[in-house]
Write a protein that binds this ligand. Sequence first.
Ligand code: GDP
Ligand code: MN
Length: 382
Amino acid sequence: MDLFEFQGKSLFATVGVPVPAGRVARTPEEARAAAAELGGTVVVKAQVQVGGRGKAGGIKLATNPDEAFARASEILGMDIRGHVVRLVWVEKASEIAAEYYVSFTLDRAARKHLAMVSARGGMDIEAVAVETPDALVRLHVDPVIGLTNWQASELVYRAGLDRDTARKSAAMLQSLYRAFVTLDCDLVEVNPLIKTVGGEIIPLDAKVTLDANAFFRHPEFAAFREAFTPDPIEEMARKRDLNFIKLEGSVGIIGNGAGLVMSTLDLVSLVGGRAANFLDVGGGAGADTIGNALEVLTHDPTVRSVLINIFGGITRCDLVAQGIAEVIATLTLPWPIVVRLDGTNAGEGREILAGITSDRVIPAATMRQAAEQAVALAGVSA
Ligand code: GDP
Ligand code: MN
């Protein structure tokens, strides 16, 4: 789960990482009040979960409360790469002497944490990685040992951060690493981490991704979970006990068992298509479940065809086919459905499918044929 900058910073503060003082504002009036409370020059920052806010005009300095009101009026409601700004973070302005880049992520292949540090912060780090790869220093951290003093120093020196503040920078890297571990994050990215004119090292931005699987260890995250607005189709699927994840393609997928559904996604890619979703109806799915799954997919306008791939174990193919027949009888489906049934009661299931008169239901003999047909149909009816 991705957090807004202000949420990331507030979590940093709870684990002892110093962050600039700030307030959330939902209206220009609130921004003015926040600026008055903080005093002096403030920065008004758009809170959207997308990078490049600075370049898009979503980050502005204000030297007094009235200016903060004006800047917040400009920023609130702004569309930043498809994200509408609903709140701003008003923060005490910092005087920047240098901008660095720091991130901690998981490197699953290496089974370690990966630290990345650069003296070229504040800008597009992807461009730095491509154009001057040596400027982005990488170091694996053993999760059992943690980021040691010498590793933190090595990162600071190899990345070329200022030597006069090297000690503070190394300590900040360790604090941020501790935050990453303590808060069970998948990602902590601070761009920029700054050196102030006064020689302090502070995080000026915070991109934090929490590991939702660790939420049970963090009752203190309850507020984030409430504020979290999931994808409406994912939410609809969750309420129906379906395992659904929205993807970017046009072939809707329904299958039973996570492994089979993932294989189906692979096969769709292999034959040149792209899946619109992952949807696992689970074990023992009956007619209702299939009906629910199809109905959920009707709410996704990107779907052009649907591939139902069932390998019956506990799940009975005849019940699945019956579910499809019931849906066809009651709902006008906006797309064709290719169905592959195998396993328990596959014969009975195929008979039921053969009895469906609608030309929207297309039985397929094998998983591969099913994938090919579904992909072809997604292209044709697009
Ligand atoms: P992003 O563009 O979405 O990554 O947003 P950031 O929070 O990283 O801010 C972008 C840039 O705005 C930073 O790299 C800074 O140059 C500038 N900025 C942000 N906060 C301050 C501040 O307190 N003072 C000054 N002078 N500049 C700031
Ligand atoms: Mn940034």
